[in-house]
Design a protein around this ligand. Structure first.
Ligand code: SAH
Ligand code: DHB
Ligand code: MG
Length: 235
């Protein structure tokens, strides 16, 4: 009863009965897979949740780290409405091309600015150009840099900004010290992110475990709080 096949079947059932992602979202998922991108986009239920949160927050601007084929991007782009914008940061030009095609095909391309490059650099350019504050931030690129992305996100936030971090459980590997190389760096980045969320007075959040066809994972969600003047901007 607790196999990944069972989680996937229940997730498919929930999508079919209660979630109702529109055909344009599924087109983007399928076109991304057909283009050879890894099938690591958020599950439909999480995409829908992030779209609903974006609407509930009345958000008009979203910043995303990690575009892939634009699947999560599309949930945000639909949720911000015709006056809204999504800025999404992607390292791989090929992924950005697929995402551009998918978002244009969905009729949402004009709302989305895809910045190609290492997100640590492109986000610094955003900060230096005076961009933001963003209403919602989704952190879903290379996990080793998660805490750095969180710090950059805070510089592009205001009190009330919602910051979501994906993949904070990774099949339980978040607690596993035996990994090496990139795996260990990813785990360290995720732990650093969670610890900062818990310790930084500017952040007030939660973290939830999830199961789906992608297995056992989770996400963190926090709201940026107003803290006394002088603290919020302090480095
Ligand atoms: N948010 C997407 C999934 C993103 S997968 C969705 O849910 O639909 C992670 C993406 O981050 C990949 O496309 C990968 O190429 C990108 N990435 C990896 N390292 C990066 C970096 N340093 N800067 C920007 N993007 C990066
Ligand atoms: C990976 C990245 C993701 O953003 C995700 O949701 C799942 C897996 C990965 O790089 O393996
Ligand atoms: Mg992810």
């Amino acid at each position: 009863m607790t196999s990944i096949e069972h989680w996937a079947a229940v997730d498919d059932y929930l999508v079919a009965t209660a979630i109702r992602p529109d055909a344009a979202h599924e087109c983007t998922r399928e076109a991304s897979h057909a283009a050879g991108l890894r099938p690591i986009e958020v599950p439909a239920g999480q995409g829908k949740l992030m779209g609903l949160l974006t609407e509930l927050a009345g958000a008009r601007s979203v910043l995303e780290f990690g575009t892939l084929g634009g699947y999560s991007t599309q949930w945000f782009a639909a949720a911000v409405g015709p006056q809204g914008t999504v800025t999404t940061l992607e390292y791989e030009p090929r992924h950005a091309e697929v995402a551009r095609r998918n978002l244009d095909a969905a009729g949402l391309g004009e709302r989305v600015d895809i910045r190609v490059g290492a997100a640590l650099e492109t986000v610094q350019e955003l900060i230096e150009s005076g961009a933001g504050p963003f209403d919602v931030v989704f952190i879903d690129a290379d996990k080793a840099n998660n805490a750095n992305y969180l710090e950059a996100a805070l510089q592009l936030s205001r009190p009330g900004t919602v910051i979501i971090g994906d993949n904070v459980v990774r099949g339980g590997r978040v607690l596993d010290d035996s990994g090496t190389g990139a795996d260990a760096a990813d785990v360290a980045g995720i732990r650093d992110y969670l610890q900062r969320q818990g310790e930084d007075p500017r952040l007030d959040g939660t973290a939830l475990q999830t199961v789906s066809g992608k297995g056992w994972d989770g996400f963190a969600l926090a709201i940026v709080r107003d803290v006394e003047p002088g603290v919020a901007g302090a480095e």
